[in-house]
Design a protein around this ligand. Structure first.
Ligand SMILES: O=c1ccn([C@@H]2O[C@H](COP(=O)(O)OP(=O)(O)O[C@H]3O[C@H](CO)[C@@H](O)[C@H](O)[C@H]3O)[C@@H](O)[C@H]2O)c(=O)[nH]1
Length: 491
């Protein structure tokens, strides 16, 4: 292990406290460290999450990483008060809460001396911290974007697009234009923009505006995954009249904690999979926050039972007070009577956090019903597993559109364009999708082929000679060259 103080400089990361963002950013940091080959270290400034549940999740991630022996220094920032008298899951809350960390970030950065800061990289939701440390004006600043290029294109375009999109989404009919994609039916627009929350547009538009202030945007995507959209961003089609932002597509980056991975090989879920035939199991998991209510659980149970397929279902309980994160499920209370007995031997319902990557890597898994968080989608493609998208919140509907319509690696779970009942999935819909996904339809077989192709492409792109590998090299030489053009911020 290299002593961080011996490296020529350090890259300072400021991740957001949401697991899907935090883990993705650390994975990107590891990749950057690797490419720097000892020339740079990584310092992660850890904000205390606004709720106890989220804070303990972040602590667990940090503990795992700190034990991994990599050249990463984690510095905990002092806690700040929630700005509006308590945690409120809103963009406004996130923005103001993050902004209150600015003095602590400046202190932490000053404390790094004499180690020079080579670059500052902030999560997409931490842009209020992009312009800290005025005395480090020459330090290049980057945004790390843990989601798709399509969502980035939309956010970049949002300032100009706001009223139009807001008006259309109220009607919910028709299509929207995301640069680089074919017309997107409005029902596939991100849920974070579609619930008549007009205030949300302004916050998202503001984030989009701030991205333009950074020297570049590092994104967890690749030319192979989203070439058309990346071209559209590079052509300046998102923010006409201004120089196009520099986008470094270095993905897929996937978070593997070395020690954790070894432990997970003996996890109950993995042991159960060991006893199942190759490609026979459908896996259902809904990310770090996904949770469905009892009525929906009953439909899923019935759909799985009727499909006749083997399944591994990660079922979580409702979030505890003050948290948006699910708790461990009480299976007897949540599942329909007799379900576990009737499906014994061909199904496993797991009530807690599961080792998702090890599950997706397992040869027994043949399909993934996913909420389409971008990390989950990338992990699925990394292991060549076709998907059936069940988007729940955030930008996941737009991700589902790309996975089904653009990449062809997923089968439609629900006809969202025709849906009038929100995203409630009936047993028959799940049964049909699972049968198709597991190879029972032409659509499912094609998705399987495409997922296998994408697996090869994802691996190739991060190797020597691949486009993501080249993008990472370019980014790192920009950072190590130092003293180059700073961000466009006038700090
Ligand atoms: O039981 C579980 C559940 C999740 N995971 C892991 O947790 C991560 C979840 O990430 P993701 O699939 O991206 O879902 P979210 O946690 O919901 O991620 C948030 O962040 C993503 C990246 O910006 C967005 O795409 C999502 O919409 C947003 O909800 C993945 O690495 C999973 O492997 C597990 O290991 N076990």
């Amino acid at each position: 292990m290299i002593d961080p103080s011996m490296a020529a400089g350090t890259i300072v990361f400021i991740p957001c406290w949401e697991s899907g963002h935090f883990m993705s950013m650390i994975a990107a940091g590891k990749r950057m460290l690797d490419a720097a080959a000892g020339a740079l270290s990584l310092t992660v400034l850890v904000m205390r999450a606004p709720t106890a549940a989220k804070a303990s999740e972040v602590e667990a991630h940090v503990r795992r990483e700190a034990a991994s022996g990599l050249d990463i220094r984690f510095l905990n920032l002092p806690a700040v008060e929630p700005s509006t008298g308590g945690f409120v899951a809103s963009e406004e809350f996130n923005f103001r809460y993050t902004q209150r960390h600015a003095p602590h970030v400046e202190e932490a950065i000053a404390g790094l001396a004499p180690t020079p800061v080579a670059a500052l990289v902030v999560d997409l939701f931490c842009t209020p911290l992009l312009d800290v440390a005025a005395d480090l004006a020459a330090v290049p600043r980057y945004v790390y974007f843990a989601s798709t290029a399509a969502f980035l294109a939309l956010m970049l375009r949002l300032p100009a697009f706001r009223d139009d999109l807001a008006a259309r989404l109220k009607g919910k009919e028709g299509t929207a234009h995301v640069p680089g994609l074919p017309a997107v039916p409005l029902r596939y627009m991100p849920a974070c923009l579609s619930r008549d929350k007009i205030g949300n547009y302004d916050w998202f538009a503001d984030y989009g505006r701030r991205f333009m202030d950074a020297r570049g945007i590092v994104i967890n995507s690749s030319v192979e995954l989203e070439g058309g959209v990346l071209d559209a961003i590079a052509d300046g089609r998102c923010v006409p009249g201004r120089p196009a932002p520099a986008v470094h597509a270095i993905g897929p980056v996937i978070w593997f904690a070395a020690r954790e991975q070894q432990q997970q090989q003996t996890h109950v879920c993995v042991q159960w999979l060991d006893a199942q035939p190759a490609g026979s199991v459908v896996f259902l998991c809904f990310g770090s926050k996904g949770f469905v209510d009892t009525a929906q659980v009953a439909e899923v149970a019935a759909g799985l039972e009727r499909s006749g397929h083997r399944f591994l279902w990660v079922l979580r309980g409702p979030p505890s007070a003050g948290s948006s994160h699910p708790t461990d499920a009480d299976l007897d209370a949540m599942l329909p009577g007799g379900f576990l007995e009737r499906t014994q031997g061909r199904g496993l319902v797991w009530p807690a956090w599961a080792p998702q990557k090890e599950v997706l890597a397992h040869p027994a898994v043949g399909g993934f019903v996913s909420h389409c968080g971008w990390n989950s989608a990338l992990e699925s493609l990394w292991f060549g597993v076709p998907m059936a998208p069940w988007p729940l919140y955030g930008e996941q509907h737009l991700n589902a559109f790309e996975l089904v319509r653009e990449m062809g690696v997923a089968v439609q779970l629900k006809d969202m364009e025709a849906s009038e009942v929100g995203y409630f999935v009936e047993a028959a819909e799940l049964e049909r999708a699972v049968r198709g996904l597991m190879g029972g339809t032409e659509e499912g077989r094609k998705a399987r082929e495409k997922a296998a192709e994408m697996k090869a492409a994802c691996r190739k792109t991060v190797e020597e000679g691949g486009s993501s590998h080249a993008a990472l090299r370019k980014l790192m030489s920009e950072i190590t060259a130092g003293g180059g053009a700073p961000s466009r911020l006038a700090v």
